[in-house]
Design a protein around this ligand. Structure first.
Ligand code: ZN
Length: 252
């Protein structure tokens, strides 16, 4: 790594909105967004889309409010909110504002506030450019592709991006976000929720329901459990962050 890493480090220094953390990110934001758009297109062509009008109206309504407060931190976003038919309790936001909600998570989100918790968290991953950060780290250490047996094809970043963004349906393998990225997404998501007028304390209630869901799943480890920090720690951390988020809470 030596000199090359040092040069990359200077060239690839990026500041995360809300937390102000400096990150190593060599993936140009424009290219990252293009990856997000193309992956989302593939997703929409391969996974069944839910067309229930009431459900979609709910997702759009909550999504627009989160997008409105996140947009200043992600210029040029092209927001889109799609409900996918899947039993997986999952959701994601790709770079550029492409949000997918799986129907399997709806019994746990339960209402607008629960949905805002999930969307705030996933949008935060995109705004903080966690995917690009993973790809940059992977390229820098130059071992992840080989280690996972993923052939890098098409775009220089293509397969790694697909893995980093958690497109598990196609690949069956994902690079998990780090604990640090997960905590950061929780923090930013909580602030966005509050700014968008969703009571931040309801985030804690959602993660408690999610923890209960994980416990009910027993030994079959769900995707979320492998890629998200331990439930008790996350809930404790969020409770600590609540006063900071409350200050930003605006009653709609
Ligand atoms: Zn996450």
């Amino acid at each position: 790594m030596g000199l090359a890493a040092v040069v990359l480090g200077i060239a690839g220094c990026n500041t995360v909105p809300v937390t102000g953390r400096k990150q190593f990110n060599t993936l140009p934001a424009g290219e990252e967004m293009q990856l997000g758009f193309s992956e989302f297109g593939k997703m929409k062509n391969s996974v069944p889309i839910n067309r229930d009008p009431d459900l979609n109206a709910l997702v759009q309504r909550v999504g627009r409010r989160i997008a409105a407060v996140a947009s200043p931190d992600m210029p040029n976003a092209q927001w889109e909110f799609v409900v996918f038919e899947s039993r997986e309790a999952n959701a994601f936001c790709l770079p550029g504002g492409k949000v997918g909600i799986y129907t399997g998570i709806l019994p746990i989100t339960r209402d607008e506030n629960g949905l805002a918790t999930v969307m705030g968290h996933e949008v935060a991953h995109a705004v903080a450019r966690h995917g690009g950060e993973r790809i940059s780290q992977a390229n820098a250490i130059n071992t992840v592709g080989a280690g996972l047996g993923i052939a890098v094809s098409g775009s220089q970043y293509g397969a790694l991006a697909t893995a980093a963004y958690g497109m598990t349906a196609q690949l069956g393998v994902a690079l998990p976000h780090s604990r640090k990225q997960e905590s950061e997404a929780d923090e930013i998501g909580l602030v966005y929720m509050a700014r968008a007028g969703f009571p931040p304390a309801t985030a804690v209630e959602f993660w408690q329901r999610f923890a209960q869901y994980n416990r009910q799943q027993g030994k079959s480890t769900p995707w979320f459990l492998r890629t998200h920090p331990l439930d008790d720690q996350r809930i404790a951390d969020l409770q600590k962050l609540l006063p900071k988020a409350q200050v930003q809470f605006k009653n709609p």
